[in-house]
Design a protein around this ligand. Structure first.
Ligand SMILES: Cc1cc2nc3c(=O)[nH]c(=O)nc-3n(C[C@H](O)[C@H](O)[C@H](O)COP(=O)(O)OP(=O)(O)OC[C@H]3O[C@@H](n4cnc5c(N)ncnc54)[C@H](O)[C@@H]3O)c2cc1C
Length: 456
């Protein structure tokens, strides 16, 4: 008899599970994916570049269409929200979002990939028109439509995390005067403060007066008649605006999982083992709705990223099919950009590393990313962090106009290989003048740390 696999959620992790299961030919199953949306398998990560106008047609963000999956034998149920999981009966309850009708669906194996949703902070008058969050394809379409109206001249972004910065880039490149407000003392607070401040300075320098950034102040109210016209901050700023994007973070969609007795961990995300199994038999979870095991801190953390969602989805599918795969965990490696400035990090930042009890030592240096005499040479700033006692590399942050992310990926490999700084500095990296310097800036940073460790 065929195994009945049911998947809840259809953006990244759900479609990944579907696609992988379809490739495991020896696993005889039916696949039914339920999503509350009217489409599946799109790149939320591409939304800022769609808003920017780099990608004109929203269809380009769709990775796979329902018909493509259906042709291969999976059943895709659009506009169907799962409202209850009944583990004892191996059933879920699904509601049609259009007509409210409900239906019970039986499963042998269930995968929860319900993802996350934007946090809506308690700001007065959130209901006013032209206030947006960014998560779904339609959000991107709505934001771009508003941005492109001739009367739209000014915008406010609430929140200076990755998404806030990516939306800032999109608006700035469309000549919208934009004011970003971040409640923390620093934008991109997952970087160490001095790197965050450097990023802020670079953004302001590049934006030539078109962009303003306020840190250490929070938005408390929106004002306007029907549509938003002003933003009021806790410190008394009154900012005129034509539109607002709220990007203050996300929260996992785990209410139905919790109600079914599925164990949650940090930030209310679902706890799974390294095979993506929850505490309840035959129920798996993957993507933004699960917490992650952090490979450096050896603690659980919630780091919702599309890169991890895909790997976790693949792992879940293999285990659902009765084969074996284990997902070791994450480093939180991430990259973004602002108008040509690459901003990237992996592992722990120094502040976090200290909190986890590491005896940190770090080196920050700014060097040319290619031979200085090459016309394309650009500055790159790298911060490398290690533990004095074990000499293990803990993390790195890099910003620069060139290939900052390739250095971060190199550090990610070193951390995964559990390398010490002295092992790392012998890494045989490529060199030719158009690509790097004879001693790559990353290895220079490692050399400085190594010298300091031995000097102390
Ligand atoms: C603007 C933006 C930029 C990003 N950029 C990057 C990037 O550059 N790199 C990166 O790694 N990550 C990035 N991300 C994060 C990335 O998009 C997410 O990590 C990824 O989408 C997670 O996929 P998921 O399938 O786990 O969850 P989601 O994408 O949240 O999808 C979950 C789906 O499940 C549906 N659902 C929820 N509950 C139910 C229910 N009860 N019944 C039926 N359906 C339900 C939801 O409506 C949604 O369709 C970005 C995100 C955004 C918003």
């Amino acid at each position: 008899m065929k195994t009945r696999v049911v998947i809840i959620g259809g953006v990244a992790a759900g479609p990944k599970i579907t696609a992988k299961l379809l490739r495991i030919k020896e696993f005889d199953c039916t696949i039914d994916l339920y999503t509350e949306e009217n489409m599946i398998s799109y790149s939320a990560c591409g939304l800022p570049y769609f808003v920017e106008g780099l990608i004109e047609d929203p269809e380009r963000l769709i990775v796979r269409r329902p018909e493509q999956f259906e042709e291969q034998g999976a059943n895709i149920h659009l506009n169907k929200r799962c409202i209850k999981i009944m583990p004892d009966e191996h059933k879920i309850l699904v509601q049609d979002v259009k007509n409210g009708e409900t239906q019970e669906v039986e499963y042998d194996k269930l995968a929860i990939t319900t993802g996350a949703r934007p946090i809506l902070p308690p700001i007065m008058n959130f209901h006013l028109k032209n206030i947006f969050t960014v998560r779904k394809l339609q959000d991107g379409i709505d934001i771009r439509n508003k941005m492109r109206e001739p009367e739209t001249k000014k915008a406010v972004i609430v929140g200076g995390g990755y998404i806030g910065i990516e939306m800032l880039e999109a608006l700035y490149l469309n000549n919208i005067e934009t004011h970003l407000i971040e409640m923390n003392e620093h934008i991109l607070p997952i970087f160490d403060p001095e790197i965050s401040d450097l990023i802020k300075d670079e953004i302001l320098k590049m934006s030539k007066g078109k962009v303003e950034i306020t840190t250490g102040d929070g938005v408390i109210a929106f004002e306007g008649s029907e549509r938003v016209q002003r933003v009021i901050t806790a410190k008394g700023q009154i900012i005129d605006t034509d539109m607002v994007i709220v990007a203050v973070g996300v929260t996992p969609n785990t209410e139905i999982a919790k109600a079914a007795g599925i164990e949650l961990g940090v930030s209310n995300a679902i706890r799974v083992n390294n095979r993506m199994q929850t505490n309840i038999k035959d129920i798996y979870a993957a993507g933004d709705c699960i917490e992650n095991f952090h490979l450096v801190s050896k603690n659980y953390a919630w780091i919702p990223l599309g890169s991890s969602a895909n790997k976790e989805g693949r792992c879940a599918a293999i285990n659902i099919a009765g084969q074996y795969d284990a997902f070791p965990g994450v480093l939180g490696s991430a990259v973004t950009r602002y108008d040509g400035l690459t901003i990237s990090l992996t592992g722990l930042n120094e502040t976090e590393a200290k909190k986890f009890g590491f005896d940190t030592i770090s080196s920050t240096m700014t060097k040319k990313d290619k031979a200085g005499y090459m016309p394309q040479a650009e500055n790159i700033t790298i911060k490398l962090i290690a533990d004095k006692r074990s000499k293990k590399i803990l993390g790195a942050q890099a910003i620069g106009s060139g290939d900052a992310d390739k250095r971060i990926n190199t550090v990610a490999s070193a951390i995964m290989a559990d390398q010490t700084v002295d092992e790392f500095l012998h890494l045989d990296m490529t060199y030719a003048p158009p690509f790097s310097t004879a001693v790559d800036p990353l290895l220079s940073a490692a050399l400085v740390i190594n010298n300091r460790i031995y000097a102390s």
